[in-house]
Structure formats: structure tokens, C-alpha cells
Write a protein that binds this ligand. Structure first.
Ligand code: PRP
Length: 215
């Protein structure tokens, strides 16, 4: 499945895909078909360069790459950590920079310091669990939410949240603060483990070219 004519990319639909295409453009890789903003197509081909691109939801990118239907994926580090799929993480693309943090009202700081049994709301239950269990050794109750996580402490569902902070404005506008930083995040390129062997030359060349644009 991996030793084939086309090199296939799974991109995270939205801003990350746009940024990725901008970067690929700089090394002479483009895909005319994808420039049409009105299109509802999900798969795009560049016949000349023998490349295929498809757009998917972030959490599905590592899945496509693990199963080898995409050779390469571009996805946020947060999603890579949360999904825990098998793939080589080969490049930090430097965009989509933000931080994974524990946030909440200032009053929750003491609960963290004293390792209280607290409720943590998050779109990232795996990351939250790993952080509290294995780094803080604090027993917590994790509640999975699917978005607008900042609501958690405001409406009293949770004491804190584990979420992405980019500009910090969502927190500020909702009276919350960063209490602890878990890790920095950015967009990463991941590669299927078999593709890395079967298409080594092509993929290594791509990585080197992209690296030269990032340095
Ligand atoms: C993300 C994240 C925060 C916000 C942080 O949410 O979950 O809510 O962005 O950005 P800021 O620090 O620049 O304010 P997203 O916009 O993806 O929507 P969601 O809450 O529905 O997940």
C-alpha cells in the first residue's frame, strides 16, 4: 500500500492546511485544484508531481497516517499527543504555535498547589490524564468536553480546564488565567512508518527542502 506512485498527504482542514500549502508552495509544490475556495472536494491531485492531498479533521490525520492511506500528515502536536497513533514525527513546521495549559479562575491555584481532588474539563482527556497522573501525581476527575471548554469553570462543571492557549484572549474575556503550562505546541509533519522505508528518498528529500525553508 505504501510503495506506490503517488505520495499522499493528509492535511488538517482549515488554517493548518492553508499554512501547509503556503509552505509547500515555497518548495515548488502546489495544487491548483485546492485553490478553489468554494470546492467541496476532499481529495486533490497534482498529476505532474504525482501528489495527492486530502483534507480531514485534525484528530483523523494521525489515523490516516498510521494506516498508511496517507504517507504524510500535518497536524497539531496536541492532536498527536491526544490520539497516540503510530507514526514518525519528523518536523516541527513552526506555525500554529500555542501552549497546552491548565487554566481556571485564580481561586483554583490553591487547589492545584495542595493536590486536591479536582474536576478537570478538557477536549484533551488523554493529555489531561497523563499530566495529572504522571507529572503531577494528582488524582483528578476528568470530564470530556467538545469545545468552548472555558465554560467548565464558569458554570461550575469543573474547577479547571486543560486547553490550548494561543493569544490568551478567550481566557481573559471569560475571567480565567493560565495556572500551569503543560507544553508548547505547533504544527508537526508526521510520516507513516512503512512509507518512510519504502519511499525514503522521496520523503527525505521533501523533509530537507522544507527544513531549508524553516531555518
Ligand atoms: C481554541 C481553544 C481556546 C481558544 C484559545 O478553541 O480551545 O478556546 O482557541 O485561543 P486564544 O488563546 O487565542 O483565545 P477553538 O477556537 O478551536 O474553538 P472551541 O472552543 O470550539 O474548541
Amino acid at each position: 500500500m505504501n510503495n506506490k506512485e503517488y505520495l499522499t498527504f493528509a492535511l488538517t482542514k482549515g488554517r493548518l492546511a492553508n499554512k501547509t500549502l503556503e509552505l509547500l508552495n515555497k518548495i515548488g509544490i502546489s495544487c491548483e485544484e485546492m485553490l478553489d475556495k468554494e470546492t467541496r472536494k476532499l481529495i486533490f491531485t497534482n498529476e505532474e508531481l504525482k501528489l495527492k492531498f486530502f483534507l480531514s479533521k485534525g484528530p483523523d490525520v494521525p489515523t490516516y497516517v498510521e494506516y498508511g492511506v496517507a504517507d504524510i500528515g500535518v497536524v497539531g502536536k496536541d492532536t498527536i499527543m491526544e490520539e497516540g497513533r503510530r507514526a514518525y514525527e519528523v518536523l516541527d513546521l513552526g506555525f500554529g504555535k500555542c501552549r497546552m495549559c491548565v487554566c481556571g479562575p485564580e481561586s483554583a491555584r490553591a487547589l492545584l498547589e495542595h493536590h486536591e481532588m479536582i474536576r478537570v474539563a478538557s477536549k484533551y482527556p488523554v493529555i489531561a490524564k497523563d499530566y495529572f497522573n504522571n507529572q503531577k501525581y494528582q488524582t483528578v476527575d476528568i470530564i470530556k468536553l467538545n469545545g468552548s471548554v472555558e465554560l467548565g469553570p464558569i458554570v461550575g462543571l469543573s474547577d479547571v480546564i486543560v486547553d490550548i492557549v494561543e493569544t490568551g484572549s478567550t481566557l481573559k474575556e471569560n475571567g480565567l488565567v493560565v495556572l500551569e503550562e503543560i507544553c508548547p505546541l505547533s504544527a508537526r509533519m508526521i510520516v507513516n512508518q512503512v512509507s518512510m522505508k519504502m519511499q525514503q528518498e522521496r520523503i527525505t528529500d521533501l523533509i530537507m527542502k522544507l527544513k531549508s525553508q524553516l531555518d
